[in-house]
Design a binder for this molecule. Structure first.
Ligand SMILES: C[S@@+](CC[C@H](N)C(=O)[O-])C[C@H]1O[C@@H](n2cnc3c(N)ncnc32)[C@H](O)[C@@H]1O
Length: 260
């Protein structure tokens, strides 16, 4: 699937960071990398590279992977970007890399996991993450807890805001659900640029997965859930799932999908 305009468009990818400058959501991932003593990290769905660059600045070997070239261009232009290996593509691109990737920790932050909506693509992503881990390595991903029904707050009235961005001017933005077909939620985010009146829309499709589904899907990819944590900055709203590839463990065959 083509990346959302929010992550790809040349006027939207560059304002992604400025629209949401509070990245305290990433602090637990930095702490986890330290807790696990991870010396190498793969950031799947790295977007504009905020976490990848923070990890690299600490001396961690980092690979940042994303299918949105617009976001990767933003990441590559940041100070310290040369210390990160950026890969354009989804997780299936990892199989072609030589030498093969073998990291201590793979991460999927910012609910990137929910952008993988297709069952086969999800299975491929988890399997590729598994294969990119050294035996004993870990994958941590976050996904909105469906029981918190986040989509109910995605209305124009609840989300409309105007931000004044340096060098860009005022940008008014809001999000609206356009189709609710659980576990899939389609929404549109609108952006109005005061400088020239341009109106851009980004269409998103997200897949919500329960704790049980994520645990099952990880197991199919050969990854055992070690812990399910809360996101401290979004208490009660997220499932932060830590899983491990056990030393010497081989992945099970990919699951047969049955059109959930
Ligand atoms: C909300 S952004 C989060 C970006 C970054 N992880 C962060 O925390 O700022 C979701 C990201 O997932 C990426 N994405 C979409 N589909 C993907 C896929 N199949 N595999 C990996 N990443 C994907 C998008 O391009 C986007 O950069």
């Amino acid at each position: 699937m083509a990346p959302d305009a929010h992550f790809e468009h040349p006027r939207l990818a560059p304002i992604y960071d400025a629209l949401d400058p509070d990245r305290s959501d990433l602090l637990p991932y930095l702490a986890l990398a330290e807790e696990l003593g991870a010396r190498s990290v793969l950031d799947i769905g790295c977007g504009t590279g905020v976490l990848a660059l923070q990890l690299a600045a600490r001396g961690t070997a980092v690979m940042g992977l994303d299918p949105a070239g617009g976001s990767l261009a933003v990441a590559r232009a940041k100070p310290g970007a040369d210390a990160v290996r950026w890969v354009h593509g989804d997780a299936s691109a990892l199989a072609a890399l030589d030498p093969p990737v073998a990291v201590d920790l793979a991460v999927m932050t910012g609910n990137a996991a929910q952008a993988v909506t297709d069952d086969d693509a999800w299975a491929t992503t988890l399997r590729a993450a598994h294969d990119a881990l050294r035996p004993g390595g870990h994958l941590v991903l976050e996904t909105r807890d469906p029981s918190a029904r986040a989509w109910e707050g995605w209305t124009e009235a609840a989300t409309r805001r105007t931000e004044h961005l340096p060098g860009v001017g005022a940008v008014e933005t809001w999000v609206q659900v356009t189709r609710l077909a659980l576990p899939l939620v389609a929404s549109t985010t609108s952006f109005v640029f005061a400088s020239d009146g341009a109106v851009l829309e980004s269409h998103s499709l997200l897949r919500f997965r329960s704790r049980e589904e994520v645990t099952r899907d990880l197991a199919h990819a050969g990854l055992d859930v070690v812990d399910v944590r809360d996101a401290p900055d979004r208490p009660g709203l997220e499932l932060v799932v830590l899983s491990g590839r056990w030393p010497g463990a081989a992945a099970a065959a990919p699951p047969r999908t049955t059109g959930r």
